[in-house]
Design a protein around this ligand. Structure first.
Ligand code: ADP
Length: 280
């Protein structure tokens, strides 16, 4: 059969991943594809296994069983067989649990992202400097490049780490709740940036979000997890349904299509309802 040329090959495939902490299994046979030029969002309640799956894709959590393969011009490669530097040229992970080294400037931290591209003992090349500046522009931190990171707020530091990941300039970008701790403007700018990475730069994005509206805003595909298993996976409109979401989150959730924005509107119905009286 002729190959379907309209569907790009996955940049990363996680197959039948079984993951545990010590002897406790927490993820049971999850499979996920990250496609170049698209955003795949992992959703699910707290503890459903989203972060553990994402970390395993970055080889930061050992596989109990299953396989992670990277696609590319040289064909498919088993991620387990790559050196740390080869892997870091292929993918980057933005996560919350970073400790900030002391005594460095914003620019120094962003420059860390270039490490996988640099020769030992060599200084920064023009390409490194261009990637660092571009990443700082994209994340809105260019103005405070010389500042010490000790002077930054949590949200500003978050953007510095994001810039460091972008400076790594990889075809696969994994993000674990990148909008946490950001104010509304930077939440929306970060989501726009994630969309740009996929649409303009052809990056394969895998992102953990807890906000369903944010997911509806940027995802092409959704993997909805529940208790370490896939409850539903596929296109946004097929997965973000009232039925799936109410099942997984165990509260009534309405999903409506907003004809004004063309987006899904997701409304979790609590016990208190609207606080504003309806017009008579
Ligand atoms: P999510 O990202 O969906 O909130 P996690 O991947 O963080 O879920 O967690 C999945 C499961 O693994 C949960 O039951 C959680 O309690 C457990 N878990 C997470 N981190 C650890 C850890 N460091 N040690 C033991 N269990 C953990």
């Amino acid at each position: 059969m002729p190959e379907n040329l309209s569907t790009p090959r996955p940049a990363l495939t996680g197959q039948e991943l079984h993951l545990r902490y010590g002897r406790t299994p927490v993820v049971h046979g999850v499979s996920i594809d990250l496609i170049p030029g698209t955003v795949t969002t992992l959703l699910g309640p707290n503890g459903s296994g989203k972060s553990t799956v994402l970390r395993s894709l970055a080889r930061l959590h050992p596989l109990g069983s299953g396989e992670i393969r990277l696609g590319g011009p040289e064909g498919e490669r088993d991620a387990a067989l790559l050196s740390a530097k080869e892997l870091a040229r292929a993918l980057t992970l933005f996560s919350q649990s970073r400790t900030s080294p002391q005594g460095l400037s914003v620019r120094d931290v962003v420059a860390f992202g270039r490490h996988p591209h640099r020769r030992r003992f060599a200084g920064l090349t023009d390409a490194d400097r261009a990637a660092i500046s571009h990443a700082m522009e994209l994340t809105g931190i260019a103005d405070f490049a010389p500042r010490g990171i000790g002077e930054l707020s949590g949200g500003e530091m978050q953007r510095v780490w994001l810039a460091s990941c972008l400076a790594q300039d990889t075809g696969i970008v994994l993000l674990d709740e990148p909008t946490n701790h950001l104010d509304l403007r930077y939440q929306i700018e970060t989501l726009d940036l994630v969309r740009d990475l996929a649409e303009i730069h052809g990056v394969a994005v895998g992102i953990v979000l807890h906000d369903l509206d944010h997911a509806a805003r940027i995802a092409d595909q959704v993997v909805l997890l529940s208790a370490g298993r896939i409850h539903a996976a596929g296109a946004v409109a097929d997965v973000l349904t009232s039925e799936h979401l109410s099942d997984v989150y165990d509260i009534p959730i309405d999903v409506a299509h907003d004809p004004g924005t063309g987006r899904l509107r997701i409304d979790a119905l609590g016990r208190h309802g609207a606080r504003v009286a309806a017009p008579v």
